[in-house]
Design a protein around this ligand. Structure first.
Ligand code: NI
Ligand code: MN
Length: 239
């Protein structure tokens, strides 16, 4: 796989959490659910540095350890306005709030916030706070490689626009079903996005998640979609 030649390392920490180290040695953590993530290998719960954290929406399995990691590593936190206001109240500095359709450059990388169909309430101390709308991100690396982190989402027809405007090389797609797309919906998503590789996520962490990478391969075959499914194990790096 040419990811090695492209000079970046993308590691799945389980569920929807990914760590990306770019050619320019930037470390990006997507949806930082680490400490209580049952799938995250212990040795990957510590970091040397984190330059950027992206947060797709306000649910605990995505917002996760953002506050703790932000205070420890002082990354830029890229998220929507409502989550950035919540983080401000928690004493987190360096939030970069944005909204769908926009692109922001951080640490030499480009972050485009794109549509997702999901909810985004933030549960804190027994109350639920408004977390804006759920989103996904297209991250454009130093060499132009694009990684689409879909966040939690149903399949939606705006994925055709994401495929047209920011054609992803790699799509990190939820497949677990119940709270997100199942493999059947993810295959239709892939038909619109046309990524070269799909890394399945948001499965294997709860009995309610029934989707598997093998089911996704079968659904893609039915639709004649040629994207390659790269099923990482938690802790494994795409390389
Ligand atoms: Ni969610
Ligand atoms: Mn989730």
């Amino acid at each position: 796989m040419s990811a090695v030649n492209r000079g970046f390392a993308l590691t799945w920490l389980g569920h929807h959490t990914f760590k990306l180290v770019t050619r320019g040695a930037r470390t990006v953590l997507m949806d930082p659910w680490v400490e209580s993530n049952p799938a995250c290998p212990k040795e990957l719960k510590s970091f040397d540095k984190i330059d950027v954290i992206t947060i797709s929406h306000g649910h605990n399995d995505h917002l996760g350890d953002a506050v703790m990691l932000a205070k420890k590593f002082k990354p830029v936190l890229v998220c929507n306005l409502e989550i950035s206001l919540f983080l401000d109240r928690k004493g987190v500095a360096n939030t970069l709030s944005m909204n769908k359709g926009g692109t922001a450059e951080v640490a030499g990388l480009r972050f485009t916030m794109v549509h997702a169909v999901h909810s985004s309430g933030i549960e804190d101390g027994g109350q639920v706070f408004y977390g804006g709308e759920a989103a996904g991100f297209v991250i454009t690396l130093e060499d132009g490689t694009r990684i689409y982190h879909a966040g939690d989402t149903a399949v939606h027809s705006d994925m055709a626009l994401i495929g047209e405007l920011y054609p992803p090389d790699i799509a990190l797609l939820p497949i677990g079903d119940h709270y997100t797309m199942s493999p059947r919906e993810a295959a239709v998503a892939a038909r619109m996005l046309k990524p070269r590789w799909i890394v399945p996520a948001h499965y294997g962490t709860s009995p309610v998640f029934t989707g598997t990478p093998e089911m996704l391969r079968e659904e893609l075959k039915k639709l004649n979609v040629t994207s390659e499914v790269v099923a990482l194990r938690p802790g494994e790096t795409l390389s």
